[in-house]
Design a protein around this ligand. Structure first.
Ligand code: PCA
Length: 202
């Protein structure tokens, strides 16, 4: 029996009309990679909903590992995130809600570190020709929010599982719309996610 990997992407948000992470999560659903079978879902860009959605998915699927994906339009490399912080802030979500300096979990730590093998992910990506770097901030928007929620849940429930977040640069499709953001081909973005998943097994 393979282990279960919960893989999530996000729906489109702000002025990004598509979200490559939604497509990649969908395409990898059911795939078997190394020790893991992928179970994919798409999260809402909604501060009041995304955390609940994710925790429900964790309860239902009981994953052995969690990789959350998000788009970081403007970044050049694939960025496994090092840390999530206990704050919601930033632009409006898809429901028009705009938090300011909000705490995510009243009793939570200020910051929670990724439990994914982020250094090895970067090494493997670069070894296979894909630019990658650990990022030291996942921002304060939805991506940081769900990363924090997943790590807080794992800690509170004593679940020692690899969990964390990976930000992807824009796809060419998005860069055509935006004009001034760096972009990658969809195939390279997807290959990067596959390499990260494989890193969990070796
Ligand atoms: N990226 C946003 C939220 C959804 C997504 O794909 C972020 O970086 O917070």
């Amino acid at each position: 029996m393979t282990k279960k990997l919960l893989l999530t992407g996000f729906e489109p948000f702000l002025d990004f009309s598509v979200n490559p992470t939604k497509k990649i999560a969908g395409e990898l659903n059911g795939a078997v990679m190394g020790d893991y079978t992928v179970i994919s879902h798409v999260l809402s860009v909604d501060f009041r909903k995304a955390g609940k959605q994710l925790l429900q998915l964790i309860e239902e699927t009981k994953p052995d590992a969690i990789i959350l994906l998000g788009l970081a339009g403007g970044r050049f490399k694939v960025n496994p995130e090092r840390i999530a912080i206990n704050v919601n802030d930033g632009p409006r979500d898809n429901q028009g809600y705009k938090p300011e300096n909000e705490v995510i979990q009243e009793d939570g730590a200020d910051g929670l570190f990724s439990t994914l093998p982020i250094s090895r992910m970067v090494e493997q990506l670069q070894a296979q020709g894909l630019p990658a770097e650990i990022s030291n901030t996942a921002g304060t928007y939805l991506c940081n929010h769900v990363m924090y929620q997943a790590l807080h849940y794992a800690k509170a429930n004593n679940r020692h599982l690899p969990a964390g977040f990976i930000h992807l640069p824009a796809s060419h499709e998005l860069a055509i719309e935006h004009g001034k953001i760096p972009s990658w081909s969809h195939d390279d973005l997807k290959r990067a996610v596959i390499i990260c998943i494989e890193t969990l097994s070796n």
